[in-house]
Design a protein around this ligand. Sequence first.
Ligand code: GLN
Length: 193
Amino acid sequence: SPTIGVLALQGDVREHLVALAAAGALARPVRRPEELAEVDGLVVPGGESTTISKLAVVFGMLEPLRAYVRDGRPVYGTCAGMIMLADKLLDGRDDQETLGGVDMIVRRNAFGRQNESFEAAVDVAGIAGGPVEGVFIRAPWAESTGAAVETLARYDGHVVAVRQGNVLATSFHPELTGDHRVHALFVDMVRAP
Ligand code: GLN
């Protein structure tokens, strides 16, 4: 089985560890550059992207993480993790750093306050067996995407799942459902990059 890390600076780390294990990976938390070097793929969890960004700087992880993405290693980001994987942000904090990796402009908290949290069925390209349960919590969307980016899912017309090369990102949180198909898709990406 591939070993997949979950960036454990802030956010719903435990839920991703459980989902990855259920999808057939050896899952472990990653906080330090030495730990990052040992994993075959990485999940950037949901949480608060401004905090993850700040802690990545404090822990000396920003450049190692950027290099990891640049080197084409498989990375999957959910929600705040999707924000971290955007080349550009709208409504980010002024000092907010991202890792980049996907040629997209992501709007933070795009689904708005009246809809801070909701669930909806989402059809995801490449995932068989019907729609996944999309859990959206102060979720972003991709406001525009470059030519190299494959849109995997939309909700209400907005892009909520993308892939570019070995980088996968979703606005929603499959790790909070019992459905491990999106994690299984990522485990397959790690197995055959
Ligand atoms: N709105 C949060 C952010 O900007 C993301 C929320 C989430 O990950 N559920 O980081």
